[in-house]
Every structure is written in C-alpha cells, then in structure tokens.
Design a protein around this ligand. Structure first.
Ligand code: SF4
Length: 398
C-alpha cells in the first residue's frame, strides 16, 4: 500500500447534517430519551444515515466499562442503571421512523453479572414483537456461552461483533479485557448456532496488509459472513493517532481480497462502519453474493466506490447491478442537489435502468424531478459505475 500524508484526505468528507428526515430522527430520539452510537462514537456518517431516516440505537446506557484507545464512547467503572422500558421505547421509535431494519448495539457492561446480555435480549424481543416485522441486527459485546445464547434466543437476524483491528494490535487498540480470540469465539459460537455473523476492522492504525488478509482468513474460519473495512479516524487528541490514511484504491483492493475469501457481503470504503448500510448488507448476504456473484450469475453485484469523474466533484457511489440492470443506486458526496427528497426519488427511480442507459437516464430523471444539481452528472455517475464494475466504457455518455 502506498503511503500518504497524514493530513485528512478529501475522500474523508462526510455529508453535512440537515433535512427533514435528519430533524425527525433527532426529535424522536430526544423525546424517547434514546442514545445512538452515531452520536456517542462521533460517527462520520451521521449526516448521511440520519438524512436517510435511520440510526443505530445504543442500549445499556451511555457509559462503557471498557476504555478502548480508538473509541469515543464515554467510559466509567460502573455503567448507568438499566432502563426497563428501553426496548419498548426503541420499538416505538423504530415504528415512528418507519424502520424495517433495526440495529442495536451497546456499551460493555462488565459491572453486571450477565454483562447486560439479558437486557440486550429483552430489547431485541421488544422490537421483534412490536408488530412491524422489523429485522434486527445485534452488534454485541464479546458475549459467549449462556450470554450469547440468551441474545440468540431473542431472534436477531444478524449477530455482529467487531474484532476492530488485526491480531498484533489488539493490546494497543482495545481494552485489556478484549482480544482477538475472545472476539473470534463470539463470532464462531454465533455462526455455529446458525446466525448470519458480521465483523469490522478499522484500518490505518499501523497494521500491515498481510495482517489484514490474515485477519480476514481467521474471520472466515470462524464462519463470519459479512465483513466491513473502514478507515480509523481519531475522535480526539486523547485517542490513538491515525498512522495512515488508506486510499480508495486500497479499500477496493482489500474489498476484492475479502470477496475472494468467501465473505457473502463486503463493504470496504473509508467511511464504512459496522452499521453503515446494514440493511443492504443483509440483503446481499442472503442473496449469497459471494466471491464472484457478478451480474452474469443471477445475483446482484454490489459495488462501493468513490472518485472524481469528469464534470463531478468527489462522489461516493453504492450500487447493486444484476444482468446489466441497476437494481439500486445511492450517490453521496460534495455535490449540491436540491431539493434533497427529489434527488432521493431520482436514486430510487434509477432501479431498473439498463447500465447502457445509466448516464442519459440519470440526467433526464434530474430534469423530470426538477432537481438543481451542481457537481454531479449522468456521465460522471455512469463512468464511475462502469469503472467499479470493471468495464471502462462509460455507457450513456455519448
Ligand atoms: S454508520 Fe451506523 S453509527 Fe454511523 S451514523 Fe450510520 S447508523 Fe449511525
């Protein structure tokens, strides 16, 4: 991997917060007294996720009994008293926000006899019995044995647990009570119980590429189905410094390496976090988009890419493409597009578009929906999409 200067590169730019959906998420959470990891961990994707009306709920209080050197969540020897009604409040918030996929995570609660596993299970059950049929992803501490069984019995669709970094950096990056083998144990036990499992690695903490590949191999051997690779960003001067910023090309290469190891779904991009586009990752994994699940094999191929194609500012593009047809498209970045709801409709209406028509269709939908757009164009979107799919002939640009 090439080394890069340690000033924050321009591809680490998050979408600015704002918009009606963003305000609604904030209002619902505040009214119901709920915490999110989006806030507590200073997630760079808050503008985007909340702008799309989604968030990741953080349960068991806002004080963590562990003190990992990369994490912004506040720490204490003893956590907050549990809120009995927390699960019901989350279920009600999810209903208000119209969520059909709910991600729950928590702080570590080493101060509780069951480390919070029973409360975690209660919250999952509350969401699952609230009547909306929402799927639940549980991003859990390193539970194992009876703790993990309690959570699994509550019926989540996905169990996520992060190894956070490569084996050699565990002691420097994570709390002394966490380690790679304990995390693998959680993932292995969940996979052996038949659950779809997911884990994340933060990059840029000083790991080598070989160590990342080796961590992928170990995760696969533990049955992990979904992998997330993202850039570590220093939350404050009290936290570990960034050793290097990986380029978008580094992320593409590592993402391909992960797919070739058999993960069902991989998201590898600088701002990727465990719960980023979580619903789409479940859809991918269920469709079995492993290894070469490309357009020609009947499964949608998902691509995540970013770049500055001609006529565009820096854009980040996620798409699913099947048999030469776009199934879904999401575009984020530095560009200006207004009104935002109409731009969201353009993205939604791109589903069903032939790749060969992507550029022309995008431009005509912008016009139809009355979107004022600067710094993004059909030609640029088509070119970036084709480059990510491995075809350098930009369609619909002539
Ligand atoms: S990526 Fe996850 S934690 Fe970050 S803002 Fe989105 S939902 Fe919240």
């Amino acid at each position: 991997m090439d080394s890069l200067p340690l000033t924050k590169p321009d591809w680490i730019r998050a979408r600015l917060p704002g918009g009606e959906a963003w305000k609604k998420v904030g209002a619902v959470l505040a009214r119901r007294g709920l915490s999110t990891v989006c806030d507590e961990a200073h997630c760079p994707n808050k503008g985007e996720c909340w702008g799309r009306g989604t968030a990741t709920f953080m349960i068991l209080g806002d004080l963590c009994t562990r003190a990992c050197a990369f994490c912004a969540v506040a720490t204490a020897r003893k956590g907050r008293p549990l809120r009995e009604e927390e699960g019901e409040e989350i279920a009600a918030a999810a209903a208000e926000l119209g969520l059909d996929y709910v991600v729950l995570t928590s702080v570590d609660r080493d101060d509780l006899p069951d480390r919070g596993a029973l409360h975690f299970a209660r919250c999952i059950r509350a969401v699952k019995t609230a009547g909306r049929g929402a799927a639940v992803e549980a991003l859990i501490p390193d539970y194992h044995g009876e703790e993990l069984t309690a959570v699994i019995r509550a019926g989540p669709e996905v169990i996520a647990h992060n190894v956070e970094t490569v084996r050699s950096l565990q002691a420097a990056v994570r709390d002394r009570r966490a380690d790679f083998d304990k995390s693998l144990r959680t993932l292995r036990e969940a996979a052996e119980a038949g659950l779809l499992t997911k884990s994340s690695i933060l990059l840029g903490l000083g790991e080598t590429e070989e160590e990342v590949l080796s961590a992928m191999d170990e995760l696969r051997r533990a049955g992990t189905a979904i992998l997330v690779l993202g850039q570590y960003l220093r939350p404050s001067p009290r936290h570990l410094p960034v050793v290097r910023y990986l380029s978008p090309e580094d992320f593409s290469r590592l993402g391909e390496a992960a797919l070739s190891r058999g993960f069902s779904s991989v998201i590898s991009s600088p701002l990727a976090r465990t719960s980023y586009h979580a619903r789409e990752k479940l859809v991918d994994a269920r469709a079995g988009n492993a290894v070469s699940g490309g357009a020609g094999r009947g499964n949608p191929r998902r691509v995540e890419t970013m770049g500055r194609p001609p006529g565009c500012k820096l854009i980040r593009l996620s798409a699913a493409v099947e048999g030469g047809i776009i199934r879904s498209l999401s575009i984020r970045g530095d560009f200006f597009a207004s009104p935002e709801a109409a731009f969201d409709r353009v993205e939604a209406r791109m589903a069903g578009t032939a790749l060969a028509e992507a550029g022309r269709t995008f431009d005509s939908l912008l016009a139809e929906e009355g979107v004022q757009a600067f710094g993004v164009s059909g030609a640029g979107v088509a070119e970036l999409l084709m480059a990510a799919l491995g075809d350098n002939t930009p369609p619909g640009t002539s």
